[in-house]
Ligand binder design. Structure first.
Ligand SMILES: Cc1ncc(COP(=O)(O)O)c(C=O)c1O
Length: 401
């Protein structure tokens, strides 16, 4: 297990002092990088360092006030506190249907093709638990969101990387994909706009991917939480011909509606896929608090003004991030979208970890090393746009000093 995915190796076979051992499935699963790093930053803050954290993509802006109002009003009612349907409230499912129609031009059936989730992260685990048997292979992007990898392993599957490179515009290399033994491959994770590189979706490549999945009987999991951030043309993979036959799409209100802490996501797919995942998920949780679902429905009904307002703020911040990266001598594309800026580090640093540590310990600014997203990210760093312009100015000042 490499450093980038696993800072604290599992000690499952070594009993604790009380004699307890953790399960075998936790072997090789480390504590999530950010959970460990945030503790270190906490420690540094206790020493008075006042670290500027430009690492995590957790929106610092609030949701629309009307969304908060719905939550408050609904939570104040006496009859909104019971367990909820496993399939989610029909009001939220219909709001998801309308959202897909309005923004992605995708028609879905609100009763059968939509499943609200308690954040899209849990959906990744549910999908792995639903489809993977011991030893089944899931293809995961390198670099990519680390949760794909851990969820596959926790479910007993095996991760095989497919490399995304700058030279190939961070798109899958079909020659590499086809050259492998694909017989045990059951799932393929894909994510455009891509995190961490900010690469936009490319329709021709995605059409090829659908054909590839059909040919080899592979289920594509498209993770789509960033489609509205700094992107004028939000796209769903389900808008492509024949996609519903082989695609499950995950989506989220965390980033586009500034609701990361509310934990609202969704899974959109053919009826059979929804039923299959629900067989697992309905054994895991008992639905989502109704006022949260109703407020989420409100959030999904917001118009273009909402997205434009959020994006104007990210735009101004991104200019500051470019300035900060110039100061560090990094190289980056100005065509990236999403909530981060991905940048290649200067040649005098061994890797992104070295640059990240230097800035953390010398300037009290934390920037994510690209290696946590996989070995192909080693020569990069990722800066989050979730901080005010003033914080970026302060970070620039500290680094200059
Ligand atoms: C690529 C990607 N997918 C999924 C998620 C999880 O989002 P959610 O808050 O909906 O669980 C994140 C969160 O950072 C992400 O970056």
């Amino acid at each position: 297990m490499s450093k980038e995915y696993n800072l604290k190796d599992s000690t499952s076979q070594i009993p604790s002092s009380e004699g307890f051992t953790t399960s075998k499935r936790l072997e090789g699963i480390g504590e999530y990088y950010f959970s460990q790093k945030l503790r270190e930053i906490d420690e540094l803050n206790k020493q008075g360092k006042n670290i500027i954290n430009l690492g995590i993509g957790s929106p610092d802006l609030p949701p629309h006030p009307d969304v908060v109002k719905v939550l408050q009003e609904e939570a104040a009612k006496p009859n909104t506190h019971a367990y909820q349907s496993y399939k989610g409230s029909p009001i939220l499912r219909n709001a998801i249907k309308d959202w897909y129609d309005t923004w992605y031009g995708v028609t879905v059936n609100a009763d059968t093709e939509v499943l609200p989730l308690i954040g899209s992260k849990e959906g990744i685990m549910h999908i792995c638990m639903t489809y993977l048997n011991e030893g089944d292979i899931a293809l995961v992007p390198n670099p990519g969101y680390p949760t794909y990898r851990s969820a596959v392993k926790l479910a007993g599957g095996v991760c095989v990387d497919y490399d995304l490179t700058e030279a190939n515009h961070w798109q899958p290399d079909f020659a590499q994909l086809e050259s492998q033994d694909l017989r045990k491959v059951k799932l393929l994770f894909v994510n455009y706009p891509h995190m961490p590189t900010g690469q936009l979706p490319n329709v021709a490549v995605l059409n090829k991917l659908i054909a590839f999945a059909k040919q080899h009987h592979i289920l594509i999991i498209h993770d789509n939480p960033y489609s509205f951030i700094l992107n004028e043309s939000p796209m769903s993979l389900l808008s492509l011909d024949g996609a519903k036959d082989v695609v499950i799409e995950l989506n989220s209100l965390s980033k586009s509606q500034n609701m990361a802490g509310w934990r609202v996501g969704m899974l959109v797919a053919a009826k059979d896929r929804i039923d299959e995942v629900l067989r697992f998920k309905s054994n895991m949780d008992s639905g989502m608090f109704l006022p949260v679902q109703l407020a989420a429905a409100k959030a999904l009904s917001l118009g273009k003004d909402w997205y434009d307002g959020v994006n104007a703020i990210y735009q101004a911040r991104r200019i500051k991030v470019f300035e900060l990266l110039d100061l560090l001598g990094c190289f980056y594309s100005k065509n990236q979208v999403g909530m981060f800026v991905w940048a290649k580090i200067p040649a005098n640093y061994k890797d992104g970890y070295a640059l990240s540590d230097e800035i953390l310990y010398k300037s009290n600014v934390f920037i994510t090393p690209g290696g946590i997203f996989g070995s192909a990210g080693n020569g990069y760093i990722r800066v989050s746009l979730c901080g005010s312009v003033e914080r970026f100015d302060e970070a620039i000042k500290r680094i200059k000093n």
